[in-house]
Design a protein around this ligand. Sequence first.
Ligand SMILES: Cc1ncc(COP(=O)(O)O)c(C=O)c1O
Length: 411
Amino acid sequence: MPTEPSVHSQSTSRPQGRESDVASPAKGFATRAIRIGQDPDSATGSTIVPIYQTATFTQQAVGVHKGFDYARSGNPTRSALEKQLANLESAAFGVSFGSGMAAANAVCSLLSQGDNIIATREIYGGVHRLLTMVLPRYGITTTFVDMNDLDAVRAAVTPATKLFWIETPTNPLLTLIDIKAICEIRKPGQLVAVDNTFCSPFLQRPIELGADIVWHSTTKYINGHSDVVGGVVITDDADLHAQIAFHQNAIGAIPGPQDAYLTLRGAKTLALRMREHVKNAQAVAEWLAAREDVADVYYPGLTSHPQYELGRRQMDAPGGVLSFRVRGGADRALAIARTTRIFNLAASLGGVESLICLPTAMTHASIPVEEKVALGVTDDLLRISVGIEDIDDIIADLENALTRSEVFAVV
Ligand SMILES: Cc1ncc(COP(=O)(O)O)c(C=O)c1O
């Protein structure tokens, strides 16, 4: 019987190597999404990457195998997904995980007791929980700063600072952080990691801007169909990749082969989907911004967005998520969230279907109220993930919900 691998097994069993070194005629983004990591199966010729539903791999002799020995350490379906996603992020290495938060935790595994993280003030609630309620128990601290204030970022750096943690656009207020500018502040021994979940590599590629690590909740745009929870950590640095892969093998936060397959399949249409998300979100943002009963719209594609120019430099397009603040306060926001029918009331984003949520009570529930109020994440704020349904249906649904909730509006 094959034995369970040693803790070092992933260093030999995980296929490594620069995918970008492989001569491939696939140049454009959409072509690479469909081709990279997806050669016909060497065992059977299967055109589509098979779901290798196995826990272990039979060895010809002890330690003699085809690159895989035990499925916690590596699985061919996962490897295909990792090659595909690393390539789309213009990087060499990817490690996929069972959730976005498992990926976030793997990034934190690069740190040790006594280290400090400087993080974006506005941040996804689950990451805030990890940084403030889990890591301090291991002696790792986080300093939250307004990363648009580069002097404040520089002032926050101490000898303990090892990681700059960027989320851009931020969740839920769609604030942008200048990735290149933060990379210029980074000194040797420090790393820059970017949560690229809101953009997907189709819209923003942080490694090209100088980041060391990019990670995703692949639950969102990368899979795109709201049927898998997953994550990925991507880097161009072989040593960082080895550390992340070692940690994953040690901890075991892997995605199952079925989930890896679905995510790989979803990502094949990323380019097509993102174009539609952006087109629809831009139309919704402009429509909302023109309404008198909407106080604010937060979307980097509006010229009124304070970082509109940064968005044009850093992102290929402004994305599919936006937030808005209605006149009429929390009661009206609640009424809208209850009334939409094309927009499901649900805490996620990036799927083909439109979703609406109240961040303060849903995605950001774990952040203390005072902190949320200070950031502007109040209970009159609605976040929407604009899907790829027909735009007329999307706008009609919002119009109906806004009109029916007008009883609360203070115009
Ligand atoms: C920006 C962002 N990062 C990370 C996560 C966490 O990902 P997951 O839910 O896949 O663990 C989320 C989830 O909503 C998110 O919105």
